[in-house]
Design a protein around this ligand. Structure first.
Ligand code: 13P
Ligand code: SF4
Length: 345
C-alpha cells in the first residue's frame, strides 16, 4: 500500500507546490490500483527518465532508451510490458521481445523528432547519396519509427552514437533524424563525413546558451550536464554531454554538489527525488509527449490490455537488423536473444 505521507515526502522534492498531501492521497489510491492490476495481469512497467514523478513510483525499471531496450529484452516471466515512454520506444520493446504483449498506455505519446524522418523521403535521400558517394552507411537514432529503422544499416542511442559511427567501416554516414546529435558525433569523429538529416527535438532546441551561462555565473561550482540533442552552443558550455541515464550516473558518482541537467524536466525531477543530498538547478523544458501518460491511462491500459503495439513481421525483422548491428558494433555480449534470429539481408 502506498502511504500518502511518504509519497509526499519523496515527490515534493520534485515539485513542493504540486505534490500536496491532498494530491498524494489521490495518487496513492491510483498507485495501489496499478500495483494490484500489475499482479493480476502479470505485467512489468518500464518508464523513461522523462515520465511524471508518480510514474517513477510504480515503475519496475526507469532508464534511458538503451537501458529500456535491454530491460524489455530481458522480460521472461511477465506476459505484458507496460511501456511508459513514447511510441518509438514501445515499438523497440516489441522488436527486442516479440513474444510479449507491449502496451503503450496513451497512443498519442509520439515524438515530433521521430516524425521528421519519413520513409519515402529517407528512401529517396539514401538513393541520391548512394549515387553521389557510393560508400555510405545509414545510421538512425533510436528516435525513429520501426519502419524507418528497417531502412537503415545501424541504429544508435544517445549513449552509444559515437561508438556506432566510429565502428562502421564506411567513411560517409547519413545520420538521422537529429541534426544536433549528428553534429555532436561529427565533432568527435573528424575522420568521418557525417551527413545530417535536418530534424531536431523542439524541447532541447528551446534551451539557449544565455540561460546556462547566467546560471553558471551565479553558481561557479556548478557541473553542467547536457543532452546531445541540445544546440551546439549549449553543449559547448557543458562539462559533459550525456544520455539521460548517463546524467543520473554522473550526478550520483561525482563528488560535486551542484548540477544542472540541461534536458527535459522529468530528469531534473528524477534526480531531485533519487539523489536528495545534492542540489539540482533547473534550465529544463517539458516534452508534451512524454507527459501524456497519466496514472489513469495506465489503469485503463492494464484493465483493457490496450493499446497494444503491433508490427508487421517485415518491419520487425528490418528494425531488428539495425538494432542487432548496434549491439554487434558496441556491446555484442548484451545482444537481446530475439535479435540473433533476425535475418541480416
Ligand atoms: P535518452 O536515450 O538519452 O534517454 O534520450 C531519449 C530522448 O527522447 C531524448 O529526448
Ligand atoms: Fe521526442 Fe524530444 Fe520528446 Fe525526446 S524530448 S521524446 S526527442 S520530442
Amino acid at each position: 500500500m502506498f502511504d500518502p505521507m511518504a509519497l509526499r515526502e519523496r515527490l515534493r522534492r520534485a515539485d513542493p507546490d504540486y505534490y500536496t498531501l491532498e494530491v498524494c492521497d489521490r495518487l496513492a489510491g491510483q498507485l495501489d490500483r496499478i500495483e494490484s492490476l500489475k499482479r493480476e495481469r502479470n505485467a512489468v512497467l518500464l518508464a523513461h527518465n522523462y515520465q511524471r514523478p508518480e510514474v517513477f513510483e510504480i515503475a519496475d525499471f526507469t532508464g534511458d532508451s538503451l537501458g529500456l531496450s535491454l530491460e524489455a529484452a530481458m522480460v521472461r516471466e511477465a506476459e505484458t510490458i507496460v511501456f511508459c515512454g513514447v511510441h518509438f520506444m514501445a515499438e523497440t520493446a516489441k522488436v527486442v521481445n516479440p513474444q510479449r504483449r507491449v502496451l503503450l498506455p496513451n497512443l498519442r505519446a509520439g515524438c515530433s523528432l521521430a516524425d521528421t524522418a519519413e520513409e519515402t523521403r529517407l528512401y529517396e535521400r539514401i538513393e541520391e547519396l548512394r549515387r553521389d558517394l557510393g560508400d555510405l552507411a545509414v545510421v538512425c537514432y533510436i528516435n525513429t519509427t520501426a519502419a524507418v529503422k528497417a531502412l537503415c544499416d545501424a541504429c544508435c542511442t544517445s549513449a552509444n552514437a559515437v561508438a556506432v559511427v566510429r565502428a562502421l567501416p564506411q567513411q560517409n554516414v547519413l545520420f538521422l533524424p537529429d541534426r544536433n546529435l549528428a553534429r555532436h558525433v561529427a565533432n568527435q569523429l573528424p575522420e568521418k563525413n557525417v551527413i545530417a538529416w535536418e530534424g531536431y527535438c523542439y524541447v532541447h532546441q528551446e534551451i539557449d546558451p544565455e540561460t546556462i551561462a547566467g546560471i553558471r555565473q551565479t553558481y561557479p561550482d556548478l557541473k553542467v550536464l547536457a543532452h546531445p540533442e541540445c544546440r551546439d552552443d549549449v553543449v559547448r558550455l557543458a562539462d559533459a554531454a550525456l544520455s539521460t541515464s548517463g546524467m543520473v550516473e554522473y550526478a550520483r558518482k561525482s563528488p560535486d554538489r551542484q548540477f544542472l541537467a540541461v534536458t527535459e524536466c522529468g530528469l531534473s525531477d528524477l534526480l531531485a527525488i533519487e539523489v536528495p543530498d545534492k542540489q539540482f538547478l533547473r534550465a529544463c523544458r517539458i516534452c508534451r509527449f512524454m507527459k501524456m501518460i497519466t496514472l489513469d491511462d495506465i489503469i485503463r491500459s492494464l484493465e483493457c490490455l490496450q493499446p497494444e503495439i503491433a508490427l508487421p513481421a517485415y518491419v520487425r525483422e528490418g528494425a531488428g537488423r539495425s538494432l542487432r548491428r548496434m549491439f554487434e558494433l558496441t556491446t555484442p555480449d548484451r545482444m537481446p536473444e530475439a535479435l540473433y534470429g533476425v535475418s541480416l539481408n
